[in-house]
Design a protein around this ligand. Structure first.
Ligand code: NDP
Length: 311
């Protein structure tokens, strides 16, 4: 079985920043690229708030640059998923990959991020990828001159709705309250966009269509009235849940599954196991904060290795 100094699970801003720092510390990190290589940013449109970029930068381009920078210092990236882990005392810890490989690591950094939340409707499953999506950047171009619906009232929903107006004939936002959760700047942009309509105080009861989406049935929570809205695309934008299932019962987590960190460090409840980014942060969840957490995890792991294993 291969034995590594440092294994990083996840290749979003947190994982790749940890890789840059630990590669520059000559720890030869191995990154398991994870559920979505490059993380959630590869599924977003232009990023305007990542410091250092005067003009907007594409999420995919930014993450490609992170990866190339990490590889320049000797990071190895494996395109595989972790299916299980075995933590043993102060390590080495063992990681099993979907491809069958097992790897031991003295230090492990978990940066598995978070995944989109769905409403949980049967019709969401049935029509998945047949008009049902959680990524406007990935699928928006399929809806040229067609009506679409976006579900949710947060920044993701506003960003997706605004992005979709590039293609769609009309974008209807369905929100369960009459006030948006989104930041004021994003909310104002969406509210002022003539192609975006809002269904307030409303929930989606069903997505209709035989082989592809042709509409949604929404219910107004105040009046109880139901109506059908014609749309060819259904975009869930309901927030995210942490990708931490494989660590359940092995690491201390909160009720929702976010990994708990010790004090203000990146140390988890298991020695030699560190966490960074959205899998351990339900508050900020920004690319820049995830990158900062990745940096902290690499430094914590490096110091821990130095004290315990003298690499
Ligand atoms: P949020 O949790 O902020 O918003 C989720 C939205 O979905 C809320 O409006 C919520 O309604 C609604 N919702 C959740 N569950 C259900 C349900 N079962 N039925 C109906 N509606 C539901 O998630 P986001 O992904 O929008 O944002 C997460 C974080 O990322 C935020 O901090 C945000 O600021 C940030 N972000 C920043 C961006 C940027 O700056 N460019 C872009 C995208 C995200 P309710 O409001 O009633 O709770």
């Amino acid at each position: 079985m291969k034995k590594e100094n440092m294994l990083i699970i996840g290749s979003g801003p947190a994982g790749l920043t940890a890789a840059i720092y630990s590669a520059r510390a000559l720890l030869k990190p191995v990154v398991i690229a994870g559920i979505v290589p490059g993380g959630q940013l590869t599924q977003t449109s232009d990023i305007e708030n990542y410091p250092g970029f005067v003009e907007p930068v594409g999420g995919f381009d930014l993450m490609t640059a992170f990866q190339k920078q990490s590889e320049r210092f000797g990071t190895k990236v494996l395109y595989d998923n972790v299916v299980s882990v075995v933590f043993s005392g102060t390590g080495p810890h063992e990681v099993s990959l979907a491809g069958g490989e097992k790897i031991q690591a003295l230090a492990l950094i978990i940066a598995t991020g978070a995944s989109p939340i769905w409403l949980g409707l049967e019709s969401e499953q049935r029509l998945m990828a047949k008009g049902v999506s959680a990524c406007a950047t990935c699928d928006g171009a399929f809806y040229r001159n067609l009506p679409v619906a976006v579900i949710g009232g947060g920044d993701t929903a506003m960003e997706e709705a605004i992005f979709l107006t590039r293609f769609a004939s009309k974008v209807t936002v369905i929100h369960r309250r009459n006030q948006l959760r989104a930041s004021k700047i994003m909310a104002d942009r969406a509210l002022q966009n003539p192609k975006i309509a809002f269904e307030w105080d409303s929930v989606v009861e069903e997505i209709t269509g035989q082989n592809e989406v042709d509409g949604i049935v929404v219910r107004n929570l105040k009046s109880g009235e139901k109506k059908r809205i014609e749309c060819k695309g259904y975009f869930a934008a309901l927030g995210h849940k942490p990708n931490t299932e494989i660590f359940k019962g092995l690491l201390d987590m909160d009720d929702v599954g976010y990994i708990l960190l010790k004090n203000q460090s990146s140390h988890t409840s298991v020695e030699g196991v560190f966490a960074a980014g959205d899998c351990a942060d339900h508050v900020y969840r920004q690319a820049i904060t995830a990158a900062g957490m990745g940096c902290k995890a690499a430094i914590d792991a490096e110091r821990w290795l130095e004290s315990k294993h003298k690499t």
